[in-house]
Design a protein around this ligand. Structure first.
Ligand SMILES: Nc1nc2c(ncn2[C@@H]2O[C@H](COP(=O)(O)OP(=O)(O)OP(=O)(O)O)[C@@H](O)[C@H]2O)c(=O)[nH]1
Ligand SMILES: [Mg+2]
Length: 171
């Protein structure tokens, strides 16, 4: 049966959420990126302030991808974007351990009103300093049944793998 699934792509600041949605979307992504104010040296130029929207067909399923902002000052959007979702992707930057506490808090906040299937994407696995997905699972204190997958958000095959697994978990 063809399904239309609402998938939320969330995670801490700069984890790779926008790139994840852009890489896989069949349509040009609707994004709300704005210049970062008070940018520190080496920091990326833009951040998501409201949402990313993309769409992809995977087999029979059409996935509507709703990317959230990562910064807590835009957290009013998390509740709006989380409404009626079927599944959640938690993107974490596996090279930034300091972001794992934020990721765990976001995961609990998003799932407690509506427990849906989720996958953690241990992103930036193309970098030497990326933690192995099992280490990410441990750091996030997730139980052993939680699915934590390696991810490189710039690679379509990698993003597709994460989303296909999630779609399979959705009844
Ligand atoms: N090497 C590497 N860089 C990545 C990967 N995914 C994202 N990036 C880079 O990480 C930075 C952040 O990516 P974004 O897609 O803007 O992250 P975001 O989670 O949407 O960030 P916010 O919306 O600001 O919270 C960008 O410079 C990306 O190019 C990856 O898998 N590997
Ligand atoms: Mg973004």
């Amino acid at each position: 049966m063809p399904r239309i699934l609402k998938i939320v792509v969330t995670g801490p600041f700069s984890a790779g959420k926008s790139l994840f949605v852009k890489t896989i979307s069949d349509i040009p992504v609707v994004s709300t990126e704005r210049k970062i104010s008070l940018r520190e040296k080496g920091m990326k130029p833009q951040t998501t302030v409201a949402m990313d929207y993309g769409r992809v067909q995977l087999g029979d399923d059409v996935l509507h991808l709703n990317g959230t902002p990562g910064q807590a000052r835009f957290d009013f959007m998390w509740e709006i974007l989380g409404r009626e979702m079927h599944g959640l992707v938690m993107v974490v930057d596996a090279t930034v351990k300091e972001s794992f506490d934020d990721a765990r808090t976001m995961l609990d906040d998003m799932l407690s009103p509506r427990p849906v299937p989720f996958v953690v994407a241990a992103n930036k696995q193309d970098r030497d300093d990326a933690l192995h997905p099992d280490k990410v699972r441990k750091a996030l204190a997730l139980d052993r049944h939680a699915l934590v997958m390696p991810c490189v958000a710039s690679r379509k095959t990698s993003v597709k793998m994460v989303l296909s697994q999630l779609a399979e978990m959705i009844q």
